[in-house]
Design a protein around this ligand. Structure first.
Ligand code: ADP
Length: 187
């Protein structure tokens, strides 16, 4: 099962992704987590990514593509994976399709879109700022991330709709309710 999770920042992709890992026994690949780890470790890659992340902008395509390519090549990703935070623009989606073709796969099975309103997103992320203290959960950066999502990532809904792969679910409700609706569509 090869799944892409789509949705604005704070829509619950990370949380639902973790539950899908446990349910389907396939790894989750989160470019955001990988980038935060690189920043924390102070690697070259982390140093290159940090300014864009702190500003709520996208990190350069070649950086995130390198991360995903490396991870998808590992044996545990062969039978399936959950992508959280990648692809985030059309160029990344095209590269992903190319990578999967090279790996002999017909592409992703489903793009699961968690729909949550902008006001609810801002509320959740401000709340997360207090609890987790993530560097990019500040109101101006949150607004920038939503803007970048709408401009660059939202078009992926059309990209995957053209492949007949998108399913949109309401990302409001309890974590378990939302998870139940995802599993129902994935089977
Ligand atoms: P959120 O979904 O809450 O915005 P993520 O953890 O997915 O958070 O990403 C945090 C930041 O990492 C993004 O704002 C961006 O700067 C960077 N990032 C993550 N994934 C990508 C990607 N696929 N392409 C470019 N930048 C990315």
């Amino acid at each position: 099962m090869k799944i892409v999770l789509l949705g604005a920042p704070g829509s619950g992709k990370g949380t639902q992704g973790e539950k899908l890992v446990a349910h389907y026994g396939i790894p989750k690949i989160s470019t955001g987590d990988a980038l935060r780890a690189a920043v924390k470790e102070g690697t070259e890659l982390g140093k290159k990514a940090k300014a864009a992340m702190d500003a709520g902008q996208l990190v350069a395509n070649e950086i995130v593509i390198g991360i995903v390519e490396e991870r998808l090549g590992q044996p545990d990703a062969r039978k399936g994976f959950i992508l959280d935070g990648f692809p985030r623009n059309t160029a990344q989606a095209e590269v992903l399709d190319g990578m999967l073709t090279r790996l002999g796969s017909p592409g992703i099975d489903r793009a699961v879109h968690l729909h949550v309103s902008d006001e609810e997103i801002v509320k959740r992320l401000l709340d997360r700022a207090i609890k987790e203290g993530r560097d990019d959960d500040k109101e101006d950066v949150i607004r920038k991330r939503i803007e970048v999502y709408n401009a660059e990532t939202r078009p992926l809904l059309d990209y995957y709709a053209a492949q007949g792969k998108v399913v949109t679910l309401e990302g409001i409700g309890s974590v378990d309710e939302i998870f139940g609706s995802i599993v129902k569509v994935l089977g």
